[in-house]
Design a protein around this ligand. Structure first.
Ligand code: TXE
Length: 482
């Protein structure tokens, strides 16, 4: 069985304790690798290596740091097929998606921040009294990037690229559930000649090594994507130490459908928003709010389309719905569906575990794409993040009610509005409590724009120059010349 090692100080190393965790393939429910279950000794080595690498890396010209990121992007591109296959095995995600989305976008993150390294600028302010202020943007030092299992290589690169571009050295901790692409990436870093210690990738459990990373006094900032409960716990640990935090957490995002929406593109968009990656994307639209005048028509066509989504072996090119990432997560999703049923919800399609046709997958963790209606907007199913292929339909009478329902959760990550009334779209965009608002589209991302949420969806923004700013500290210099 393949052993997934830590990447510390430029070397691939087994954990000091020699403790290992099984890595499971969700589609077959079998273990196919062993993962370093790292401890504090490994962390100390990584922090020392990062600290030692920092002076040279932070003094390396930005163009050169950018060139290094571009080399990493090109390595990913050259390895895209094996990486896509590894990510499908690791996550249960259909290979068509890992090929088209996850791996190319991971390379794009590195290309984007390769450019950003040389474009990052600071401000200068002239005072009439005869003084100039200029702002130095200094890298923070050693920073941590903790990433989840739903888009493993994409979110790892999304975090480490701006951190490295800005001149920091990084301790990255990928999710213990899906560590394989990070492991392959650490080998690409070696091939690309990334200086030892600049990036260190440590594997292991969240409450173990993850917590130790957050607590470590030499780590100045934490960029985290994951669940809101974990984010809150990280904030509690980091706040008394005044560490800089960027938390990108959960969502319960509304797709708001008006009668005047372009039917075909709306239908395609709302199905995609609900079920991409089996609903395991923080930006998925899991509540679909539909104008009452078209409710029945919408419901019938939506259910018909969802019922024909092809569940199958993630390694089959035709598969649209793959496996759920882990057994506990599969069971959590099934529990949520059961609670919705008991609360009086109508299960319009799906509602249970599924067995795809491929023999290989007979023991895998699959859930039927599920549509529910008949539940109050404040029911658990419409309030809590399920993070699975479960969409709840809610009719609304008018724009005011749509807005009240859309904003009526503790989350505020994303929303999509489907309507051909331009004024209404702008009105809603202004009033929706969400960090990302799409109009007549979903998941279209320009990497220059800020990404992140309000309320329990987190604090801080990632993306573009926001991310570069997060990974630097401003120092103002005021010069009196008269
Ligand atoms: O994520 P965790 P889990 C949501 C989704 C899901 C729920 C729980 O609703 O059902 O979160 O998922 C590391 N200190 N999202 O438990 O725990 C962990 O090892 C430091 C939304 O899998 O948040 C992993 O690397 N690190 C989300 C990372 O945190 C800790 C994507 C995320 O794991 C830690 C995933 C600790 N104390 C789940 N505990 C999104 N926003 O996209 C865990 N970790």
């Amino acid at each position: 069985m393949e052993k997934i090692l830590n990447y510390i100080d430029g070397e691939l190393r087994a954990p000091a304790t020699d403790n290992w965790l099984d890595v499971m393939e969700p589609a077959t429910a079998t273990a196919y690798g062993q993962l370093s279950d790292s401890g504090v000794e490994d962390l100390e080595l990584a922090v020392a290596a990062a600290g030692a690498a920092f002076p040279a890396w932070s003094q390396t010209p930005a163009e050169e740091r950018g060139r290094m990121l571009r080399r990493l992007a090109q390595k990913i591109e050259a390895m895209s097929e094996p990486l896509a296959l590894a990510e499908s095995i690791d996550t249960g995600k259909p290979i068509a998606v890992t090929r088209k989305v996850d791996i190319p976008r991971a390379a794009r993150n590195l290309h984007f921040f390769a450019d950003a390294a040389s474009q990052f600028a600071s401000e200068s302010h002239h005072m009439e009294a005869g003084a100039i202020n200029y702002t130095l943007r200094m890298p923070l030092g050693v920073v941590a990037c903790i990433s989840p299992w739903n888009l493993p290589l994409y979110l790892l690169t999304w975090k480490i690229a701006p951190a490295l571009a800005a001149g920091n050295c990084v301790i990255a901790k990928p999710s213990e559930i899906t560590p394989v692409t990070a492991w392959l990436f650490s080998r690409l870093c070696q091939e690309a000649g990334l200086p030892p210690g600049v990036l260190n990738i440590i594997h292991g459990k969240g409450p173990g090594i993850g917590q130790a990373i957050v607590e470590h006094p030499a780590i100045n900032a934490i960029s985290f994507t994951g669940g809101s409960a974990t984010g809150a716990s990280i904030a509690r640990t980091a706040a008394p130490e005044f560490k800089k935090l960027s938390l990108e957490l959960g969502g319960k995002n509304p797709s708001i459908v008006f009668a005047d929406a372009d039917w075909e593109s709306m239908m395609n968009g709302v199905v995609r928003a609900g079920y991409s990656n089996q609903g395991q994307i923080c930006l998925c639209g899991s509540r679909v709010l539909v104008e009452a005048s078209i409710y029945e028509k919408f419901r019938d066509e939506f259910v018909a389309r969802v019922a024909t989504l092809k569940i199958g072996d993630p390694l089959n090119e035709e598969t649209e719905q793959g496996a759920i990432v882990s057994l506990p997560h599969r069971d959590k999703i099934l529990d949520c569906i059961e609670q919705a049923r008991q609360a009086g919800g109508n299960i319009l399609t799906g509602g249970g575990a599924s067995k795809p046709e491929a023999d290989r997958c007979s023991e895998g963790w699959f859930v039927e794409p599920t549509v529910i209606d008949g539940l109050a907007a404040d029911s658990a199913c419409n309030q809590d993040e399920i993070f699975g292929p479960v969409v709840s339909l809610i009719p609304f009478a008018d724009e005011e009610q749509a807005l009240a329902i859309a904003n009526g959760t503790r989350y505020g990550l994303a929303a999509s509005v489907w309507s051909s009334d331009v004024s209404r779209c702008h009105r809603l965009a202004e009033q929706l409590q969400a960090g990302l608002i799409w109009v007549n589209t979903w998941m279209l991302r320009d990497l220059r724009t800020p990404m992140g949420g309000l309320k329990s969806s987190g604090v801080g923004r990632e993306g573009g120059m926001e991310a570069m700013r997060f990974f630097t500290e401003p120092r103002n210099v005021c010069i009196k010349y008269r």
